[in-house]
Design a protein around this ligand. Structure first.
Ligand SMILES: [Zn+2]
Length: 510
C-alpha cells in the first residue's frame, strides 16, 4: 500500500503545462504516480477545488541562520515554500566566522563552509536549504574591509570558494553595493566565477547599481558570466529611483540580448515596490570602507563630502537618489535609547522639518546595522518585469522577527493573490512555473521544482480563490491565507494551514 494520495485537485507540473484534475500518489518521499484510480493508500488528503503544485522554490533568501533559532520557524512553509536558496547578495555565513561570532556571541574556531552546512543540518531547518558562497564573505575572510587586495589574496579567495563548492555550495553570490564586495572589480569577480564554472554552479548578483546605472551594471554581470562561462542569476530585478521608472523594458531587453549571444541568464523578483536593506545603504558605499563609519560621520566636512557623492547619483552614490525621505521607513535601530521613537517612522518624520541627510547620518552613526524598508520602484515596472518568462520569484526575506519587510512572511502568497488572481499578470501554470522550476533549474536542484513521477514529494496545495497575504509595512507578520497543505518529501508539514511543528528540511548540497 502506498503512503499517501492527494486526491482530486488540479495538478500543475511546475513546468508551465495546463493544470489537470488528477490524484497524486506519494511513496517513500517521492511522487510515484499522477492520474486516477491510483490504488489504496495509508492516507488520503481530499483536495477537491484546490491547486496541487510543486513546493515553491525561493530563489533569493537570507535565512542562513534561521535554523539556529531556538524555535522551529515555519514562515516559509506557511507560504508554500519548500526550498530556499540562501547566501545571497554576497553574504554567506561561512567561511568567515566574524558575523556568526557577532550574532551568537560564541567563538567558532575552524569555521568552514562544510562546518556551517553541518551546523544548520544538525539544528534542523523547517524547509530545505541550498546555500551560495558570498563574494563579500570570501573577501572579508581574506582582506577584511580593505579596498585593495594584496598579492595572493585573490588566489586565497578562489581556494576558499573551491572549498565551499566541494562542501556543496550551490553557486557564487555577489552584492556589489555592499562593502567589502563593492571594492571588488570585474576581473576579481571573473576569477571567482571561473571557480564556480569548474563546479558547474551559477553566479548570482545584486548588481553594482539598480538605479540610473542599472544598464551598465547589468552589462558587467553579463560580461562576468560570459568570461567565466557560468549561468547568471540577476537578483531582485528592478529599476530603482524615480528618474528610472519606466525603464523595465531596457533591463528585460538586455537579458534577452545576452541569451541570444549565449549567456544563460535569468532573474528573480519580489512582488513589491519597496525593498529593504541596511539604512547605511543610503550612503555612498565608500563611507563604510575600513569599518570606521562612526568616526567618518562625526566630521561635518565628511558628511558634506558624502552628501555631494550621494546627490550626484550613479554607481558609488548609494541609494539616496533612488528614494525620498518619506519613502524610507526605519525598521530596526538599536544604537539609541530612543529606539522606540525611531523604529516605525520615516526619515521625513524623524527629520521633523530639519535636514533629512543630517538625520540619516545621525541614525547610521548611532547604529550602522540599522535596517529600513525603502520605496524605490514603480508598480508598472514591477508588473512588466513579473510578466517576463525569464523572471522567477525570490523573497529577499530577513529573519522572521521584528518589523521586517512583509515579503518575509508573504512574498509567494502575495504574488499568487494580488498579481495572478486579481491582476492576471500571468496565468496559473506560468505563475507556478515561476515559483518552482524556473528557479530549481537555475540552481541545479535535481528532482525538485516540478511534480511528476520520480520527483521528490515537496508539494504545495493552495486555494486559488483565497491565496494572499494581508501583511503591511507597519504590520508585516501576518499568516498567509489560502496555503492549505504543504508536503516535504511526502510528510505533511503544514495541514489545513497549521504548521505541524517538525523540522524536516534538508540541507541540499550541490
Ligand atoms: Zn540584494
Amino acid at each position: 500500500m502506498i503512503d499517501l494520495v492527494v486526491r482530486g485537485g488540479t495538478v500543475h507540473d511546475g513546468l508551465g503545462s495546463p493544470g489537470v484534475t488528477a490524484d497524486v500518489a506519494v511513496d517513500g518521499g517521492r511522487v510515484v504516480a499522477v492520474g486516477r484510480d491510483l490504488g489504496a493508500a495509508r492516507r488520503v488528503l481530499d483536495v477537491t477545488g484546490l491547486i496541487v503544485a510543486p513546493g515553491f522554490v525561493d530563489a533569493h533568501a537570507h535565512s542562513d541562520l534561521v535554523p539556529l533559532m531556538p524555535d522551529a520557524q515555519p514562515f516559509k512553509l506557511l507560504q508554500g515554500v519548500t526550498t530556499e536558496i540562501n547566501g545571497n547578495c554576497g553574504y554567506s555565513y561561512a567561511p568567515d566566522a566574524t558575523r556568526v561570532e557577532e550574532l551568537t556571541g560564541v567563538s567558532v574556531p575552524d569555521w568552514t563552509f562544510a562546518a556551517y552546512l553541518s551546523a544548520i543540518s544538525e539544528a534542523g531547518p523547517t524547509n530545505h536549504m541550498a546555500t551560495l558562497v558570498g563574494h563579500s564573505t570570501l573577501r572579508g575572510a581574506v582582506a577584511g574591509f580593505r579596498p585593495e587586495l594584496a598579492p595572493g589574496e585573490l588566489a586565497r579567495m578562489c581556494e576558499l570558494a573551491a572549498e565551499a563548492f566541494e562542501a556543496g555550495a550551490c553557486g557564487l553570490s555577489s552584492g556589489l553595493i555592499y562593502p567589502p564586495g563593492s571594492f571588488g572589480d570585474t576581473d576579481e569577480l571573473v576569477e571567482l566565477a571561473r571557480v564556480a564554472h569548474r563546479y558547474g554552479v551559477p553566479y548570482t548578483t545584486h548588481l553594482r547599481d539598480e538605479g540610473s546605472a542599472v544598464g551598465r551594471a547589468l552589462d558587467e554581470a553579463i560580461e562576468i558570466a560570459r568570461r567565466a562561462r557560468v549561468r547568471l542569476q540577476v537578483s531582485h530585478c528592478k529599476v530603482a529611483g524615480r528618474p528610472n521608472h519606466g525603464r523595465a523594458g531596457m533591463l528585460l531587453a538586455k537579458l534577452r540580448e545576452a541569451r541570444v549571444s549565449g549567456v544563460d541568464v535569468r532573474g528573480d523578483q519580489y512582488p513589491y515596490t519597496a525593498g529593504s536593506t541596511v539604512l547605511a545603504a543610503l550612503l555612498p558605499p565608500s563611507a563604510l570602507a575600513g569599518g570606521g563609519v562612526r568616526d567618518l560621520l562625526g566630521s561635518p566636512a565628511e558628511r558634506a563630502r558624502l552628501r555631494a557623492l550621494a546627490e550626484a547619483g550613479g554607481t558609488g552614490a548609494g541609494l539616496w537618489q533612488d528614494t525620498t525621505p518619506a519613502g524610507v521607513l526605519v525598521t530596526s535601530h538599536t544604537g539609541d535609547s530612543r529606539g522606540d521613537q525611531i523604529v516605525g517612522f520615516t526619515l521625513a518624520d524623524l527629520a521633523a522639518g530639519g535636514d533629512p541627510w543630517e538625520t540619516l547620518c545621525d541614525l547610521v552613526a548611532a547604529d550602522p546595522a540599522a535596517q529600513m524598508v525603502i520605496e524605490m520602484m514603480a508598480e508598472e515596472d514591477v508588473v512588466e518585469i513579473m510578466a517576463d518568462p525569464l523572471i522567477g520569484i525570490g523573497s529577499d526575506n530577513g529573519p522572521p522577527t521584528g518589523l521586517e519587510h512583509p515579503r518575509t512572511w508573504g512574498c509567494f502568497p502575495r504574488f499568487l493573490g494580488a498579481y495572478v488572481r486579481e491582476r492576471q499578470v500571468v496565468g496559473w501554470p506560468e505563475a507556478i512555473r515561476k515559483a518552482t522550476s524556473a528557479t530549481a533549474d537555475q540552481f541545479g536542484l535535481r528532482g525538485r521544482g516540478w511534480l511528476g513521477p520520480g520527483a521528490y514529494a515537496d508539494v504545495c496545495v493552495f486555494d486559488p480563490a483565497e491565496v494572499g497575504h494581508a501583511g503591511t509595512y507597519a504590520a508585516p507578520a501576518a499568516t498567509p491565507s489560502g496555503i492549505v497543505h504543504v508536503l516535504l518529501e511526502g510528510h505533511v508539514v503544514v495541514e489545513s494551514g497549521q504548521f505541524a511543528g517538525e523540522r524536516r528540511g534538508r540541507v541540499l548540497r550541490a
